[in-house]
Design a binder for this molecule. Structure first.
Ligand SMILES: [Zn+2]
Ligand SMILES: [Zn+2]
Length: 373
């Protein structure tokens, strides 16, 4: 059975089908030679560059220059033409650059040409302005984290945490004056800061994306790993609430409309397990830097194999998926999720189970497990 007639158009080289063993998988549409790029994606719903690399990685092409700060920052002159209407909270005297750095004028211009991008820049700028105060109040006591991690998680615990926000917290905030709301901003760390930007970029992209586009449709059907991930790291539930609260208080109206609890939970729940790493280009796997992560819904149907027939790599702001061997018609197309294929069987399988919540049943694992016994 072919699922979602919809997703057929992802690539002419494979179909996405429901499998007899559960879940979806990609099957080749013919005999395809090694070297073929079976998928190239450039539309991510959200991306996140980690805090330590925020000035060193280009926010358009993800270039990196050996820890040097990118030469081009966003300045007021470059955004002033985009500001329409009096309600934009960007002003010339205090503009901090929205935390956006670029490798070249060209990349900065490309970024500024994204339709409606000022909405995203405005929020980044507001967040950047408030972040130092929020960070100062952040509680780094390890006991705090231990406390949050000792909560036992179930579907209903997660639901009641969000009900509490919906029923008690939101109405309280809605009744406050703007200046008082700001006092309710939670303390956050660099990790929350990056995640808040990731969620905001996702809201922005989803808002302006054609609702019938393949990216939007596949995003809607992505599998959420919320329960699995939060059960393993209960502190994430607290983390998600801080992300929501910050967005709720600081988002200007045009993006605020997009922020709902179910959508935030889908964005974060599907990021767990579906995000790809943003890795340094042109370096060997062992020595390259990890800059952050991004989500490409169309590339989320590939299953994992410890002997994958597709190699994935980044080229600028695209991800490419290239066959590393000839494949036959109807063969399953798989990638490596882990980056740890050199590990011995047990360690590799444990890593996969811990990070992606499945027991790998690929051919290589099966044959290696048999030879262990
Ligand atoms: Zn660039
Ligand atoms: Zn395996």
């Amino acid at each position: 059975m072919t699922i979602d007639e919809d997703v057929r158009e992802i690539s002419p080289y494979f179909q996405v089908r429901q499998t007899t063993w559960g879940g979806r998988a990609c099957f080749s549409s013919g005999n395809i030679p090694k070297g073929t790029i079976v998928l190239q994606v450039a539309h991510f719903t959200g991306s996140s560059i980690s805090y330590e690399f925020r000035k060193e990685v280009c926010h358009n092409c993800f270039a990196y220059d050996n820890a040097r700060t990118m030469k081009y920052k966003l300045n007021y002159d470059s955004v002033k033409n985009l500001i329409h209407g009096a309600d934009c909270q960007i002003n010339s005297k205090k503009f901090l650059g929205a935390g956006l750095w670029f490798c070249s004028e060209y990349c900065r211009d490309c970024y500024l040409q994204i339709p409606n991008i000022i909405e995203l820049i405005e929020f980044y700028e507001i967040l950047l302005r408030h972040f130092p105060n929020m960070l100062k109040r952040y509680n780094t006591i390890p006991e705090q984290e231990t406390k949050f991690n000792s909560i036992s998680i179930s579907e209903s615990i997660i639901q009641s945490a969000w009900d509490e926000i919906e029923i008690n917290w939101i109405p309280r905030i809605d009744n406050m004056k703007a200046t008082k709301k700001i006092n309710k901003l939670p303390p956050i760390s660099e990790d929350e800061y990056c995640c808040i930007r990731f969620v905001c970029e996702s809201l922005f992209n989803l808002k302006h994306m054609d609702p019938h586009s393949i990216t939007q449709r596949t995003f809607n059907t992505l599998q959420s790993n919320e329960l699995g991930k939060i059960s393993r790291f209960p502190v994430l539930l607290h983390f998600q609430k801080l992300v929501f609260q910050t967005l709720y208080i600081l988002l200007p109206s045009h993006l605020h409309k997009m922020l709902t609890i179910p959508l935030l939970r889908h964005i974060l729940g599907t990021e767990y397990g579906n995000a790809f790493g943003v890795w340094q280009e042109g370096e060997a796997a062992e020595s390259r830097e990890y800059f952050g992560y991004w989500v490409f819904p169309e590339a989320s149907y590939f299953n994992h194999s410890c002997n994958p027939n597709v190699t994935k790599y980044r080229k600028g702001n695209s991800m490419l998926f290239k066959l590393n061997k000839d494949i036959k018609n109807n063969e399953q197309i798989c990638i490596d999720y882990s980056g740890v294929l050199n590990l011995p069987t047990k360690k590799r399988r444990k890593f996969l189970a811990d990070s992606w919540f499945f027991d790998c049943a690929c051919e290589r694992c099966n044959s290696e497990l048999q030879s262990v016994h």
